[in-house]
Design a protein around this ligand. Structure first.
Ligand code: URA
Length: 237
């Protein structure tokens, strides 16, 4: 693929802007400046540098972010900054979207991608990637509450009771709750339905992918092939 096209596909702006970046000597490959926009490169494992920053060619972008509290999963945030403000410009330019949403006050593992099929599959009810939430409850967790969460609780505006796939009490106030679905405010509504209340909420796992301990709040990371495999949901019968 031509260098100009490569840059354009990776979110560095219009073809014209990419051509100009290249012509101005801002782009290098293997440490060598390439100022001819139409040189062909094999995009397999292709790495390049733009204004001193290293990039790898990726046909599609798959990434995770450790969402901090008080950020909104929206391009048009209303009260807080957008999670997209935590990403470099080329990722926004190539149209990266959140895979589902976390509430403004929820923290933890959030996936983003520009692969529409992937986003659709991760969000479709036909496919289920269980999600694990670390819930800090206002009141001490009681066995009866945990059993009710596992057996199913009736939420307002839902046709049928909603049950957790798993609920592991970690301490008096902390519960790891595994859900198959991602209904609006689901964890908060489920805890309210058993007369408790969510004080803090953090998503710690999607499918078989854990939020890495060394990914600080506000930091993002590319998903490698293994991580991508780990988040892919399985089709429900
Ligand atoms: N459940 C909630 O209540 N909020 C979230 O952000 C995610 C799941």
């Amino acid at each position: 693929m031509q260098l100009e096209r490569i840059l354009h596909s990776q979110g560095f702006g219009s073809r014209k802007i990419c051509r100009s970046l290249i012509r101005h000597g801002e782009v290098s490959v293997n440490g060598e400046v390439h100022d001819f926009p139409f040189t062909e490169f094999d995009t397999d494992n292709f790495t390049f540098t733009v204004r001193g920053e290293d990039w790898q060619f990726r046909e599609k972008a798959y990434l995770m972010i450790n969402k901090p509290a008080h950020y909104e999963c929206s391009h048009k945030p209303q009260h807080h900054p957008s999670v997209f403000s935590l990403l470099p410009a080329p990722l926004l330019e190539r149209g990266v979207q959140c895979v589902g949403r976390l509430d403004e006050d929820t923290t933890g593992l959030l996936l983003l991608s520009d692969d529409g099929q992937f986003i659709h599959r991760m969000s479709s009810p036909k496919w289920k990637a269980p999600k694990v939430y670390q819930v800090t409850a206002k009141h001490p967790l009681e066995e009866a509450q945990v059993q009710a969460l596992l057996q199913g609780v009736q939420l307002l505006d839902e046709p049928a009771p909603v049950a957790a796939l798993a609920a592991e009490v970690v301490s008096e106030h902390v519960l790891h709750l595994t859900l198959a679905e991602g209904k609006y405010h689901q964890v908060k509504r489920m805890l309210a339905a058993v007369s408790n209340r969510v004080e803090a909420l953090k998503r710690i796992r999607i499918g078989n992918l854990d939020l890495p301990e060394d990914l600080a709040a506000g930091e993002w990371r590319w998903l490698d092939a293994e991580m991508l495999e780990a988040v892919l949901p399985v089709r429900q019968p």
